[in-house]
Design a protein around this ligand. Structure first.
Ligand code: IPE
Ligand code: IPE
Ligand code: MG
Length: 246
């Protein structure tokens, strides 16, 4: 469900794109860009904590990223395991609660165990909810939610689907940022981004710093979120909403 416009967005979602290009520009292997991307993500989490953002959701590995060369995919899996052992103690000490969102079945037992352990360790934290979308796709999420609702025998309504989605534990993102200059969603949060404000940054993810985040938040503050109403209604000068039966 959407939250009203806030001074700081309650929920920020990010498509962290541009790691490969960052590395290629420096004549480095693509995995070096992904490693730099993990550092950028740690910095971003710190910045969200400092700014009082309540929920951060990032796209780390898409359902379609399996189609990359074997070397890159296995490098990303190794990097995930390494980053968990390196970063989770700091995240836990900072009051961050981790959730991994996506289809875990295709992940190795070692990766699955690492994810479960990190979630368990941080489950009592409340300062920031940090959703890491890994082997995630918006279409997968809608399909798995529909399957869940259908098997429960409940009628398939928007509310029932919403409650069955993988991000049902948080409100919809207020601000959705994509770095790396591409103007597309690439199968991220197809359901939940219905009313998110979109911000596209040309910065490659490893270069996305506090100033770039602040710029995205500043732009967000200038947006008028109407959720289908008129501008006059939103500013409190318009007429009331039409009753459902009219
Ligand atoms: C995003 O960076 C990270 C993942 C998809 C895993 P990319 O790896 O897509 O970087 P570019 O877009 O090729 O530069
Ligand atoms: C989206 O980036 C996925 C992640 C950031 C994890 P991609 O690089 O995979 O997206 P496309 O292929 O350019 O659309
Ligand atoms: Mg990319």
């Amino acid at each position: 469900m959407a939250t009203p416009s806030l001074i700081v967005p309650h929920h920020v979602a990010i498509v962290m794109d541009g790691n490969g290009r960052w590395a290629t520009k420096r004549f480095l292997p693509r995995i070096a860009g992904h490693k730099q991307g993990v550092d950028s993500l740690s910095r971003c989490v710190r910045a969200c904590l400092e700014r009082g953002i309540a929920v951060l959701t990032v796209f780390a590995f898409s359902s379609e990223n399996w189609n990359r060369p074997f070397e890159e995919v296995s490098g990303l899996m190794e990097l995930l395991v390494l980053s968990l052992s390196r970063e989770v103690p700091n995240l836990n000490a900072s009051g961050v609660r981790l959730h991994f969102v996506g289809d875990r079945q295709r992940l190795s037992e070692k990766v699955q165990a690492g994810l479960a352990q990190a979630e368990h360790l941080t489950s009592g934290n409340h300062r920031l909810i940090f959703n890491v979308c890994f082997n995630y796709g918006g279409r997968w999420d809608i399909a798995q939610a529909a399957k869940k609702v259908a098997s429960s025998g409940e009628p398939i309504t928007e509310l029932a689907l919403d409650r069955a989605m993988a991000l049902a534990h948080v409100p919809d993102p207020d601000l959705l940022i994509r770095t790396g200059g591409e103007l597309r969603i690439s199968n991220f949060l197809l359901w939940q981004a219905a009313y998110s404000e979109l911000h596209f940054s040309d910065k490659l993810w490893p270069e996305f710093d506090e100033a770039a985040l602040d710029e995205a938040i500043a732009v967000f503050r200038t947006r008028e979120r109407r959720f289908g109403q008129t501008s006059a209604q939103v500013s409190g000068h318009g007429q009331k909403t039409t009753p459902k039966a009219a």
